[in-house]
Design a protein around this ligand. Sequence first.
Ligand SMILES: Nc1nc(=O)c2c([nH]1)NC[C@@H]1CN(c3ccc(C(=O)N[C@@H](CCC(=O)O)C(=O)O)cc3)C=[N+]21
Length: 290
Amino acid sequence: MTATVLEGKVFAAEIKKSVHKDVEKFIESQGIIPGLAVIIVGENAASKVYVANKHKACEELGIYSEVICMPASTTKQELLEQIRILNESTTIHGILLQLPLPDALKHDEAELLKAIHPDKDVDGFHPVNVGKLAIGQEHLVPCTPAGCIKILELANVEIAGKHAVIIGRSNIVGKPMANLLLSRHATVTICHSRTANLPSITSQADILIVAIGKAHFVTKDMVKPGAVVIDVGINRLADKKLVGDVNFEDVKEVAGAITPVPGGVGLLTIAMLLSNTVKAAQLQCHKEHK
Ligand SMILES: Nc1nc(=O)c2c([nH]1)NC[C@@H]1CN(c3ccc(C(=O)N[C@@H](CCC(=O)O)C(=O)O)cc3)C=[N+]21
């Protein structure tokens, strides 16, 4: 048996189409354009590519987008001031602070993310939004795990009652992913670097979500026949080739369905960012009219 390949492009196009409609409706009813600001601090080749992709996607959908590039020498104070300006801006509805931050700012990350107004937090990283997700009140949800859920939904994969295993416990993917799956009634197991006998657990998964940042880590002996495998990894090999955390060619032989890298989850991440930007704009307008 060979797995069905879950093409990110197809699902992302579907989401973008619906977001595009929402953008048009929003502009018509409010007389303003939804706006996204992306702050990028320092030089990071990969970050620049993502930011350029996000900018292009905004243009396609009629969302106003601003990219704010700041030097690696930027201080916490300067960054907080930039965030304050964007929080108060009436043309910007979504703010994304691109991670990772330069080393000098790494220990300020939590404080900086908390400075973004929760209603403009299109990454869903503010503690208020993290907390809301944890108690089942989804508000602005992190884009990558939200994209994984969209893939499952659009591919008609049943979640309720299924055993979902997540490899990776990051705040950006693993933890929010667990909450999203739990709210949709999956039985959820989170594995990580200290998990004993990992293959014995991953082999029980009906849905396997892999987000550990190790190229080709998951092989077919770790996958239950017929499982749905979602690969969140993006690893650049020495030859510049982009690969996931899953050994695609190997796992494809046993999985029921699998996402490719590139062309999988990454495209959904961008689509969900656009969706969150319009949602944020809607939230802010409702508040103004109260
Ligand atoms: N605050 C913050 N929020 C983020 O959401 C965030 C971030 N920081 N830092 C970096 C990561 C990474 N990320 C990606 C987005 C799109 C693709 C994407 O479009 N990938 C395509 C193309 C990949 C390529 O060819 O380079 C694909 O997988 O097919 C990948 C990765 C968002 N991130």
